[in-house]
Design a binder for this molecule. Structure first.
Ligand SMILES: CSC[C@H]1O[C@H](OP(=O)(O)O)[C@H](O)[C@@H]1O
Length: 327
């Protein structure tokens, strides 16, 4: 059975608490928009497309309980600032309500469209994956970050199941460890050959010629192709450029924010210092040590070989090719 991060149950949302993985599979029953907002803020659910889908169902829960739709919209919109899918989904839900559509069906359509987009991204991305390729990926971009299958990890899944004999270097992805806790969990479940590495190992592996390509997800892509993604992605892109390693981004069209041109204008989430100084309950730094926790960084379009979307592959990455692909 395919990994799923959430299930809509009609009067509640059943959500896998990703904070507990990989040790425990704990499911939460979210019955109003406040509970959904809290789950997004505390990262029980994370991943741009998954956040969009879950927020859409949170909107349904709030409106069905008779809460002012604008209030529901604002509460959910305020949860995390970087992933564009959140805003895209909420705007779509508000528009559906305003035009008299069934908002529960609209949320279910958003979920179905994301899953189908991921399968298409996997098919198109697989065309770029050589036989026996050794891929490196960062963070978690799998079924846990989406409506299912995954974006970058969806390409990896498709390549694996098409018999290409690929293997994956999995960046642990400090500080929240989405790679170690979530990507490794997904790949192990499905028998995809992989090895977990510390984030700082990636560059040396590229220097040694052990990485054939890098493939990552995205949280927001601007009109010119700058990409906001998990912190550490920019560094990977510089290392890939230095070593002549192709650098791919996989994302659905719902991640593109064409109203923003430069990556410099993308709001970058800053999370609490405790997530840097503690590792799931264990203090790893002196309590009084100040810490900076930027949750995302921005990779400039010129560092990206291609962006794989469900509507086609964007290459080169620039405003014209983006408009051509998305129009
Ligand atoms: C399929 S997009 C997943 C995207 O979201 C992650 O961030 P977070 O775990 O903080 O929500 C990361 O940037 C992934 O690339």
């Amino acid at each position: 059975m395919e990994v799923k991060a959430f299930y809509w149950k009609g009067d509640y949302l059943l959500l896998l608490d990703q904070r507990k993985l990989p040790q425990e599979e704990v499911w939460l029953e979210l019955r109003d928009h406040i509970q959904v907002a809290q789950a997004i803020i505390n990262m029980s659910v994370r991943g741009a497309p998954a956040i969009g889908c879950v927020a859409a169902y949170g909107f349904v829960l709030g409106v069905k309980r008779g809460v002012d739709p604008r209030e529901v919209y604002e509460v959910l919109k305020s949860t995390r600032p970087t992933a564009y899918n959140l805003f895209w989904a909420l705007d779509r839900m508000l528009s559906a309500l305003s035009s008299g559509k069934d908002i529960e069906q609209e949320a279910q359509l958003i979920e179905r469209e994301d899953y189908e987009a991921n399968k298409r991204i996997g098919e198109l991305g697989n065309e770029l994956i050589p036989e026996g390729a050794r891929l490196l990926t960062h963070c978690n971009t799998g079924a846990l970050a989406t409506a299912g299958w995954g974006t970058a990890l969806g390409v990896i899944r498709t390549a694996h199941y098409s018999g290409k004999g690929i293997s994956v270097w999995v960046d642990e992805t400090r500080p929240y460890l989405q790679g170690a806790r979530l990507t490794a969990w997904e790949l192990l479940k499905e028998g995809v050959p992989h090895k977990l590495i510390t984030d700082s190992t990636a560059g040396f592996l590229m220097k040694k010629g052990l990485v054939d390509l890098v493939i990552v997800g995205a949280d927001r892509i601007t009109a010119v192709g700058d990409v906001a993604n998990k912190i550490g992605t920019y560094s990977l892109s510089v290392l890939a450029k230095e070593h002549g390693v192709p650098f791919y981004v996989a994302a659905p069209s719902s991640t593109f924010d064409l109203s923003t041109r430069s990556g410099e204008d993308i709001p970058i989430e800053e999370r609490g210092e405790e997530e840097v100084k503690n590792c799931f309950g264990a203090a790893i730094a002196p309590g009084d040590t100040p810490a900076l926790h930027l949750a995302f960084d921005v990779t400039p379009a010129e560092n990206i070989t291609a962006i794989i979307t469900e509507r086609g592959i964007i290459k080169p990455v620039n405003e014209e090719s983006i408009q051509r692909c998305l129009s």
